[in-house]
Design a protein. Structure first.
Length: 294
């Protein structure tokens, strides 16, 4: 991949101490033809693992924005988006592996479907199974029947999980509309930033994709998944592995922000207080269980 001085696509990656994952990600991009003029922007959140040196030595055409502290994923997105004039933007996690032609297929889909605002590939686990991230918007039931909850793992075909995760669509080879895609890999029209606003920096990492997809849908655009475009998402903090306590807290904080913003009339709403109590209890349970994981 050879970035252009007049890019039509900006590929944005926010990084924090994921040097080897990022090396693999950038290598996969280099091996996958984009078929349009593009630039790659890495926002580094004060990594201490020599990530910036690796980029400059191995991928000298990649543009790097260096932060003096970890400002989070969402602020990193906004930083990069404000520096590019490309009409299309691809958000990509550093722990992804882009399959051949995936980026080009997403780009062509947006070009050919003007009513689509955001498009995503089929995200895969390392073992090749579907990660089930192209789904419907969340509801209160997802606290019990979410993508990685115990009830969904024990009873994967229950009607609530099937509806939320759109399991009926996972066998499709043609594009289909959804309500929410993961920003582990998502491409959108750059002018959406002026139409619906930049990413809400009240979020640190989690739930920003649900929030922005909801805003894009409300503005009258579609959100789609192109299953023939495939990207592997390594996602090391999976079930059975100990997670950073901050990640658990931020996930539940983001869930509360999303619920309060989109499902209550004010921060004093009884529903908001109920959500805060329920999510606080859930976070406490996850922190306790996390202590016993390896």
């Amino acid at each position: 991949m050879h970035p252009s001085e007049n890019p039509q696509l900006a590929i944005v990656i926010v990084n924090y101490n994921t040097r080897e994952d990022l090396r693999t990600c950038l290598s996969s991009l280099a091996a996958s033809p984009v078929e349009t003029a593009h630039e790659i922007i890495v926002v580094d959140n004060a990594s201490t693992d020599s990530t910036v040196d690796m980029i400059r030595e191995t991928f000298p055409t990649v543009r790097v924005i260096i932060n003096q502290k970890n400002v989070g994923l969402v602020k990193g997105y906004n930083q990069a988006c404000r520096t590019t004039k490309a009409p299309y933007v691809l958000l990509l996690d550093s722990d992804t592996i882009v399959h051949e032609h995936a980026v080009a297929r997403l780009y062509r889909f947006l070009l050919n479907h003007p009513t689509v605002g955001i498009v995503a590939p089929q995200l895969l686990n390392v073992d090749g199974t579907n990660q089930l991230t192209a789904r419907n918007l969340p509801s209160a039931m997802n606290g019990l029947f979410g993508r990685q909850t115990l009830l969904t793992q024990w009873f994967p075909n229950n009607p609530w999980s099937r509806h939320y995760l759109r399991r009926q669509d996972t066998v499709r080879e043609t594009a289909y509309d959804v309500e929410w895609i993961s920003f582990a890999c998502g491409m959108f029209r750059g002018d959406l930033l002026s139409k619906v606003g930049y990413f809400d920096e009240d979020y640190f990492v989690y739930w920003i994709d649900a929030d922005w997809c909801r805003r894009v849908l409300k503005a009258g655009f579609r959100v789609s998944c192109v299953p023939t475009a495939r990207v592997t998402h390594v996602e090391k903090n999976k079930k059975g592995r100990r997670k950073r306590p901050r990640a658990i807290i931020d996930f539940h904080r983001g869930a509360y922000l999303y619920f309060r913003k989109h499902h209550t009339s004010s921060k004093w709403s009884p529903l908001g207080w109920a959500a805060m109590c329920g999510l606080s209890l859930r976070a406490g349970l996850h922190l306790a269980l996390n202590h016993f994981k390896r």
